[in-house]
Design a protein around this ligand. Structure first.
Ligand code: SF4
Length: 469
């Protein structure tokens, strides 16, 4: 069997997928968030912000991205693994927005006069849990404290059940230019099994409105491996998605971890699809998307050829951050809100995960940092390498050697040996000057990156990570 030609035809080789269906990180960061430590304190984060302020003063700061976490949801989806608060009491947002305002003000005190922002993302939870006036107030605060550049990418996650055309128009008026719609599956039986009812007609109407309003790039999230999903039902969902023709598609594998995520305890295990069916569904999806003109960006992301993400991949300009693949060059990321994760300089930091702890810290004028990590030179080196693999599918030895003063083959002697089995399968080529992921290897890029993850290689407990397929 010629593996590469299969990939070229848009197929995922079943034997390889079964063999390499291991658990592993998604590498939205390196080191991964499970390595964050409570030893990393508010003072460490403040120092990183101060260093950024100095760099900005000298005009040499990295571009800046903001993430704002809105944790509230009106009802729970049973597959959910997010940090959220389920409530129908919209008044709870008031105190939260006050806390967010305090957090933004503290950042402004340290960072100084409005820093230029190239990217802003509202995630959750359900950001559209906030009413129009609350969203307006929050955007006003952000615009007073940071300088959102006119060309900035402003994106928001939208629960289709919480918006109509008028709300989309308000979002556009606030400056949002990208939408991400949570769909997951259109089959009524699946929607009932996961407690998320949103008919196809509702999403189609919203998509049409969003296009007419002028949103530049619309993403749809799908999940395979949900209860009551079958290859036949998922094929119908894929046809309905094709009718909508979103600019981007994120296709995630459902990871059933009820011990970690209590809402998942309401999912009936006997209704989950078998491993062969899951594999068939991912194969169906990849085949459908590629035949419909989508570019495979990597891992779980697809984009139409004229979308900025597909162009970035073609030009070797793809990047990766906590929201997944991005067109934004390596940014500092300030995470605002409960449980939000940021990356400033050579540090990662995460805010308190409970609303009470988050609010209490801010009332005492403390940044609500709960844990984080200061990266070592080895972490920085491996981060560059792993992100190059995940985004460009290639690691050029000379580039890494120039940035980190190492001899690549010597430094990574053991890793290059460990790559051999993947090389034998045709997933990766080790050339004299570079490691290059093959066309089929793109489907397994996490497994390739894991070889270079020093923390993971010394850790035999990987159950906390999701499966590759
Ligand atoms: S999946 Fe999204 S909308 Fe559903 S409960 Fe989780 S965070 Fe809320």
């Amino acid at each position: 069997m010629n593996i590469t030609s299969l990939a070229g035809a848009g197929q995922l080789p079943a034997t390889l997928a079964s063999r390499l269906d291991m658990q592993g990180p998604r590498y939205t960061s390196y080191p991964t968030a499970d390595r964050f430590s409570e030893d990393f304190a508010e003072s460490d984060y403040r120092l990183a912000l101060q260093q950024r302020a100095q760099a900005a003063h000298l005009g040499v700061a990295a571009p800046l991205s903001l993430y704002v976490h809105i944790p509230f949801c009106e009802s729970v989806c049973y597959y959910c693994a997010c940090n959220k608060v389920v409530t129908r009491q919209h008044g709870r947002a008031v105190a939260y927005l006050e806390a967010l305002e305090r957090e933004i003000a503290l950042h402004q005190e340290i960072l100084g006069p409005a820093q230029a922002v190239t990217q802003l993302h509202f995630g959750g939870g359900t950001p559209t849990f906030l009413c129009d006036e609350e969203l307006q107030g929050l955007m006003d605060t952000l615009r007073r404290s940071f300088r959102l550049l006119p060309e900035a990418e402003l994106s928001i996650e939208v629960d289709p059940r919480t918006v109509d055309r008028a709300r989309l128009e308000r979002l556009a008026a606030l400056g949002f230019n990208r939408l991400s719609l949570g769909v997951q599956d259109f089959d009524p039986a699946v929607q009932a099994a996961v407690h998320r009812i949103q008919p196809h007609a509702l999403v189609a109407q919203l998509m049409q409105s969003a296009r007419e309003i002028g949103f530049a790039s619309i993403n749809i999230d799908l999940i395979y491996g949900l209860p009551r999903q079958t290859p036949a039902s998922f094929a119908r969902t894929l046809e309905q998605v094709a009718e909508l023709r979103p600019d981007r598609i994120a296709l995630y594998a459902y990871a059933h971890l009820p011990q970690r995520f209590p809402p998942q305890r309401r999912i009936v295990p006997a209704e989950l699809p078998a491993a062969e069916d899951r594999l068939q569904m991912i194969q169906q999806a990849i085949g459908a998307f590629l035949s419909q003109g989508y570019t495979y960006i990597g891992m779980d992301h697809f984009a139409l050829a004229d979308d900025a993400l597909a162009r970035a991949k073609q030009q070797g300009q793809l990047h990766r951050n906590f929201q997944g693949y991005s067109t934004q060059a390596d940014c500092d990321l300030i995470g605002l809100g409960v449980s939000a994760i940021g990356r400033v300089g050579a540090c990662y930091s995460q805010n308190a995960k409970s609303l009470d702890a988050y609010d209490a810290a801010l009332r005492q004028r403390h940044l609500p940092v709960a844990r984080g990590l200061a990266l070592t030179p080895d972490d920085l080196l491996r981060r560059e390498l792993i992100m190059a693999l995940m985004c460009q599918g290639e690691v050029c030895f000379a580039s890494i050697e120039a940035h980190h003063a190492i001899e690549f083959r010597d430094y990574f002697r053991r890793e290059l040996e460990r790559l051999q089995p993947l090389q034998d399968l045709g997933l990766v080529h080790v050339r004299p000057d570079a490691v290059v992921v093959s066309a089929t290897g793109w489907f397994f890029v996490r497994a390739i990156a894991m070889v270079f993850d020093r923390h993971l290689q010394s850790d035999h407990h990987r159950e906390r990570f999701s499966r590759i397929f």
